[in-house]
Design a binder for this molecule. Structure first.
Ligand SMILES: C[S@@+](CC[C@H](N)C(=O)[O-])C[C@H]1O[C@@H](n2cnc3c(N)ncnc32)[C@H](O)[C@@H]1O
Length: 296
C-alpha cells in the first residue's frame, strides 16, 4: 500500500468501494452500525501489524468481535489475537430485539456465551472470551495494538480501561476506538481524550458513534493520575466537551457534543451520570445554539 495507513484512517478508507463488509458480518446481531463494522474490519485487515493484540472491550453478542476477527482472517493472521470482554448476559428485551428471528433457544439462565461461541465458531481460533465483570477479568500481558472501547459505561470502568489497558498501548502505533464518543457521549469518554491530549491524536470517526484515536505517547502514572475520575466535575466536563468540538467540526458531531454539553450543564456533580443519559431527551436543538456553544 503506497498511501500511509494513518492517512487512510483519516480518510475513512473503509467506506471506499474496495472495502469489505462480508454478509455474515453485516447480518450479525450487533449494536454497531454497518460503517463501524467496516471500520473495525478495515483496521484489523489493513492497519494491524502484529506488534500487539486486539482488545474488544464490550462485546454484547459479538458484533464487534466478528468484525475484528473477519479482518484478521482476510489478512491471513493466525493465533488467539483477540481478547474479548463482557458479561455475556442477555435478557428477554435484548433477545426480542436482536435474536428472536434467528432460530435459537432463549437461554433461560441469561448466559449468552454458548450462543456467542456458536455464532462465532468460524473464528474460534482467533478469539479468547473473558466472561464476567470486566474489572475482575484477567488483563492481557501483551501490548495492545487495537483497543475497541464499548464498555466505558461508568467513570470507574473508564479508570480501569486507562490504568490496565491504555497503559499497554504502543505509542505511534496503537489505535483506540471510543464507540460511545458521539452516540452516547458519556462526558468522561470525551473528557478523558481531552485530558490525555498529549497522549492521543484524534484521527477519524465512524457515523455519529465511534471516534478513532492514535496513541502518541506511553500512558504512564502521570496520565493515569490526571485522567482519574476523582478529578471529575461538571466544570471539567463542560470545558473538555467544548475543547473536543475543535477536533470534530462536522455539524452532526457538534450536535451530538452539544447534547452532551447540555446534559452535563443541566445536572449537578452528584447526578452527572444520570444527566448525560438524559441527553436522549434533548431532541429539539437549533443550529444557532449549537454553534454559539462552541468556538467555531
Ligand atoms: C453497547 S454493548 C456492546 C455492543 C457490542 N460492541 C456490539 O458490537 O454489539 C456494551 C456491553 O458492555 C457490557 N458491560 C458493561 N459493563 C460491564 C462490566 N462491568 N463487565 C463486563 N461487561 C460489561 C454489557 O454487558 C454490554 O454487552
Amino acid at each position: 500500500m503506497t498511501v500511509k495507513p494513518l492517512q487512510l484512517i483519516r480518510e475513512r478508507a473503509w467506506n471506499g468501494p474496495w472495502a469489505h463488509l462480508p454478509k455474515n458480518v453485516a447480518d450479525y446481531p450487533s449494536m454497531l452500525s454497518l460503517e463501524e463494522r467496516k471500520m473495525l474490519g478495515w483496521l484489523t485487515e489493513h492497519y494491524f501489524s502484529g506488534a500487539g493484540i486486539v482488545c474488544d472491550l464490550g462485546f454484547y453478542l459479538g458484533g464487534s468481535t466478528i468484525s475484528l476477527a473477519d479482518g484478521l482472517r482476510r489478512a491471513g493472521r493466525t493465533g488467539k489475537l483477540i481478547q474479548a470482554y463482557d458479561f455475556y448476559e442477555i435478557g428477554p428485551k435484548g433477545w426480542e430485539k436482536h435474536m428472536a428471528s434467528r432460530g435459537f433457544e432463549f437461554p433461560s439462565d441469561g448466559n449468552a456465551l454458548p450462543l456467542v461461541e456458536k455464532m462465532t465458531s468460524d473464528y474460534a481460533d482467533l478469539i479468547t472470551f473473558n466472561k464476567g465483570d470486566f474489572c475482575q477479568s484477567p488483563v492481557p500481558e501483551a501490548p495492545i495494538e487495537i483497543c475497541f472501547v464499548d464498555i466505558s459505561k461508568s467513570p470507574e470502568l473508564n479508570d480501569h480501561i486507562i490504568k490496565s489497558y491504555f497503559s499497554k498501548l504502543i505509542p505511534g502505533q496503537s489505535i483506540v476506538v471510543q464507540q460511545d464518543y458521539f452516540f452516547r457521549a458519556p462526558p468522561w469518554d470525551i473528557a478523558t481524550m481531552e485530558i490525555l491530549s498529549d497522549y492521543f491524536e484524534p484521527l477519524s470517526f465512524a457515523d455519529i458513534n465511534s471516534a478513532v484515536f492514535l496513541n502518541t505517547k506511553q500512558i504512564d502514572d502521570h496520565a493515569i493520575e490526571i485522567s482519574s475520575s476523582k478529578h471529575f466535575s461538571k466544570e471539567l466536563f463542560i470545558e473538555k466537551i467544548k475543547a473536543a468540538s475543535r477536533h470534530f467540526p462536522f455539524a452532526v458531531q457538534r450536535a451530538q457534543l452539544y447534547k452532551a454539553l447540555r446534559a452535563v450543564q443541566a445536572g449537578s456533580n452528584e447526578v452527572r451520570e444520570k444527566a448525560w443519559k438524559n441527553r436522549f431527551k434533548i431532541d429539539e436543538i437549533t443550529a444557532e445554539e449549537v454553534y454559539s456553544a462552541f468556538d467555531s
